[in-house]
Write a protein that binds this ligand. Structure first.
Ligand SMILES: *Cc1c(COP(=O)(O)O)cnc(C)c1O
Length: 372
């Protein structure tokens, strides 16, 4: 029997009666876009992470675009993003007309490397770009190095957008992701740690002014009256149904984060002799969007994946090709020292089945297949 990579069914079995009732309430209420559940969820999301404002939107990609639009990022601006990430992080930069500048990551945490960021800022300046913004990504659920990265951003008068699509709810020296950065963003895509049953996303900020702008931008640039528009915006609202579903899922999310720690610990205890297992710096926790190990070589990874597949265990490589190797982004400016760590990781990383409801017996099967 093949194990699921992420078992959304186990969570649904736990929440089904509450979800059915929540969905029925939305159908009865009849306000399918920006209904009362959206505002309720926004308050709960803000409370969960300690942010002043949370604003729902259509998906995680839009949450990043709304953040860039609210900060006024435009043509001629350089926005620094890790090259080892999901494409959306760089995509939105290009969509607002700015230039994504690709930065290397640290081999131990998979997150943006501050030395590489410094070199990339210098290179961007040399080519006449205006360093405007840095977007650290909480890759695989682990918060980025915010203290160092924010200090560099401030020295260069740049804003910080935290792309926490994979990391919402993780902790960083006593703070919770979502409350970090000038603006933080997340995704509720079903496979993310906090996912809905379709597309969804949210934007977080401490600033009343930015929150007001984002609220306008997500709704066609609306002004204070209906059919009055103050700016060019987009259509990016969170459906009431998804908000109602997320309210039920958020209610168990803290418990699920705990369960994810137990699953990750079982993997690390069983695998750390044989592979490089994830490094969690002191003071940080991950929400384990992925549990990702490193083999010594591409060949060793190929053999591991073949063994796992034969045993009915799915494994996935996030990400087989960094952005600077992709057709769409190969012409972007990069750290002038190169992006060697990201290239190396692309050859050696492999992610194992990971979710809050992974049972010890099933995990034993994964571990046996991975060790071989
Ligand atoms: C998933 C993801 C996004 C985009 O989220 P969507 O909801 O799929 O649009 C952005 N950044 C990162 C790092 C992601 O993993």
């Amino acid at each position: 029997m093949t194990l699921p990579f992420i078992d959304l069914g186990a969570q649904q079995a736990r929440l089904r009666p509450a979800l059915d009732q929540a969905i029925a309430r939305v159908l009865d209420g009849g306000q399918y876009v920006m209904g009362p559940e959206v505002g309720k969820l926004e308050k709960q999301l803000a409370a969960f992470c300690g942010a002043r404002h949370a604003l729902g939107c259509a998906n995680g990609t839009d949450s990043l675009q709304l953040a860039l639009m609210a900060l006024g990022v435009k043509q001629g601006d350089a926005v620094f993003v890790p090259t080892f990430t999901f494409a959306a992080t760089a995509e939105v930069v290009a969509l607002v007309g700015a230039t994504p500048v690709l930065v290397d990551v640290r081999s131990d945490t998979f997150n943006m490397d501050s030395e590489s960021l410094k070199r990339a800022i210098g290179a961007a300046r040399d080519t006449g770009l205006n360093p405007a913004c840095v977007i650290p990504v909480d890759l695989f659920g682990l918060p980025a190095d915010y203290d160092e990265l924010t200090a560099i951003a401030r020295e260069n008068r740049m804003s910080v957008i935290s792309d926490s699509a994979q990391g919402f709810g993780a902790s960083y020296n006593g703070r919770i992701t979502g409350s970090i950065g000038d603006i933080a963003t997340t995704s509720f895509f079903p496979a993310k740690p906090l996912g809905c049953y379709g597309d969804g996303g949210a934007v977080f900020t401490e600033s009343d002014e930015l929150a007001e702008l984002i609220d306008s931008l997500r709704n066609h640039g609306k002004g204070t009256h209906r059919y009055l528009y103050d700016r060019v915006g987009i259509n990016s609202r969170l459906d009431t149904l998804q908000a109602a579903i997320l309210i039920e899922k958020l209610a168990v999310y803290a418990d699920e984060i705990e369960k994810r720690q137990e699953v990750a610990l079982r993997y690390t205890n069983a695998l750390s002799n044989r592979f490089e297992t994830p490094h969690i710096p002191d003071g940080l926790t991950s929400v384990w969007a992925q549990y990702t190990i490193k083999t010594r070589s591409r060949e060793e990874r190929d053999a591991l994946q073949a063994r796992a597949t034969a045993a009915g265990i799915p494994t996935v490589v996030y990400y087989p090709l960094s952005l600077h190797r992709q057709k769409a982004y190969q012409d972007c400016p990069i750290d002038p020292a190169g992006l060697a760590v990201s290239d190396d990781l692309a050859e050696r990383v492999v992610s194992l089945p990971m979710h809050a409801y992974l049972q010890a017996e099933d995990q034993e099967r994964v571990i046996a297949a991975v060790i071989g």
